[in-house]
Design a protein around this ligand. Structure first.
Ligand code: LLP
Length: 438
């Protein structure tokens, strides 16, 4: 997919760059991002909305992968940006991301985070609960501001890959519940608040979703709610945000829809439902994360040791693991891999790829077919662009890898590999321990 191909040397190439050269130049593990593919995904969403004729905003959910270079690309593609912490906000601002296109999410924004975002002049807060609603109104008041907000509502729709469940479930840490009247009260309270400007509502139904039905049902519930508050409170929403969650392909058998299909289904559902209640057409906002950057990422590793247990399994260890990709350990996520340096050779054995952490759960892939794997081979794992670097850790004091963006034969470092110095940068040996004789 994307710009990946096997070159004349039989090596995996991404963005016109030979990945074995990247491994040699930057070392491994290495995250490689196919910039053209990221940009293509951004445009797929924007083009589909433009075709729908509706007003829209596509906000990239930066939690998927938030580094300054990525923020620059998102800014240049004209998307908005969803942040959920002071750290993501800081990264975006440092990258020069236009603050008015930043949306602030999260179920526990601290007073300090709220002040930081207000001072930066961000576009909108997605308010999660009553504590935040009142705190935001008070802090905005103390600064003499009126802030645009969306209310996050819990529509009682949950989607998981191929199924969606309309549960009416209210046991979630996020949002105001539609079912028990909390959402209605939140609208009342925000409309009456002096320092809040209620734009509309937000709902997010899940992640890695392959079907449009969940989005349709969420749109329907939101439309019902919108007409209820218009009729009973005389409040009209100008924005409906339906969140993210559009699925991508990790392994064979994953069947994502073209991004335009999700957008068309959402636009259609909102149009139909809102027309049915003669409601002025709101702007539609969405928040894709994984689907913007997930399949644009490839991680390169160097193969190290082997352990063959005859009749049982062959373990092949690489120089990274759960520290750079915790998803298999956390969610039993599956990945595909190939040998980047012998990309045209046929598969000859089934091996399992182990990480280097001191933990038996640190397995990247169970049972992958590869050519006979040798120490020193470069293993490329696909679709690691989302929730890999952003969830990486220093467990076992392993240094976080570098990130390189590739495009049209050029490779540019976007994040440097951590150094040993970085690892101890914040360590302090208390004075009294310096006296201890070693
Ligand atoms: N908007 C909201 C309010 C969200 O909570 C999320 C993801 C998104 C947008 C973006 O969803 P996406 O388009 O990326 O599916 N760490 C997990 C994924 C957690 C997603 C949390 N929220 C993983 O690695 O699969």
């Amino acid at each position: 997919h994307g710009t990946s191909r096997v070159n004349a040397l039989g090596h995996l190439e991404v963005g016109g760059v030979d990945t074995t050269e990247l491994a040699a130049r930057y070392g491994t593990p290495l995250y490689v991002v196919d910039e053209a593919l990221v940009r293509r995904r951004c445009r797929e969403f924007v083009d589909a909305f433009q075709a729908s004729g509706l007003k829209f905003q596509v906000a990239y959910a930066s939690k998927a992968f938030c580094v300054m270079a990525m923020c620059r690309i998102i800014a240049e593609e004209g998307l908005s940006l969803d942040v959920v912490s002071d750290g993501e906000l800081f990264t975006a601002l440092q990258a020069g991301f236009p603050p008015e296109r930043i949306h602030f999410h999260g179920n526990n924004k601290t007073p300090a985070e709220i002040e930081m975002a207000l001072d930066a002049g961000i576009g909108c807060f997605v308010v999660d609960n009553f504590t935040e609603l009142r705190m935001l109104d008070a802090i905005a008041g103390s600064k003499g501001k009126r802030v645009p907000i969306l209310l996050r509502i819990t529509p009682g729709v949950e989607a998981h890959t191929h199924e969606y469940i309309s549960t009416g479930q209210i046991d979630s840490k996020f949002g105001f519940d539609l079912g028990n009247g909390a959402a209605f009260e939140a609208v009342q309270e925000s409309a009456a608040a002096n320092h809040l400007l209620l734009l509309g509502v937000h709902s997010h139904i899940g992640s890695q979703i392959f079907e449009v039905e969940g989005f349709r049902v969420a749109a329907e519930k939101v439309a019902q709610f919108a007409s209820q508050v218009r009729d009973e409170l005389n409040v009209v929403f100008s924005v409906i945000n339906l969140g993210g969650g559009f699925g991508i392909r990790y392994v064979e058998g994953d069947t994502p829809l073209p991004m335009s299909t999700y957008v068309e289904a959402i636009a259609e559902a909102v149009k139909t439902r809102f027309e049915a209640v003669s409601y002025p057409m709101p702007e539609i906002w969405i928040e894709p994360g994984r689907s913007i950057v997930g399949d644009a990422g490839t991680t390169l590793y160097t193969v190290g040791t082997h352990k063959d247990i005859p009749g049982v399994r062959k373990y092949v260890s690489v120089d990274g693991g759960m520290t750079d990709n915790p998803r298999p350990a956390l969610y039993q996520s599956q990945y595909e891999a190939m040998l980047a340096n012998r990309a045209s050779e046929p598969s000859q054995e089934t091996v399992s790829i182990a990480g280097k952490c001191c933990e038996s759960g640190d397995m990247l892939i169970w049972d992958v077919e590869l050519p006979l794997v040798q120490t020193g081979d470069i293993l490329a794992v696909a679709s690691t662009g989302a929730y890999n670097y952003s969830m990486a850790s220093n467990y076992n004091r392993i240094r976080r890898p570098a990130v390189v963006f590739v495009k049209d034969g050029m490779a540019d470092m976007a994040v440097k590999r951590e150094t040993y110095e970085d690892l101890v940068r914040n360590d302090v040996v208390p004075e009294r321990m310096k006296q201890i004789q070693s």
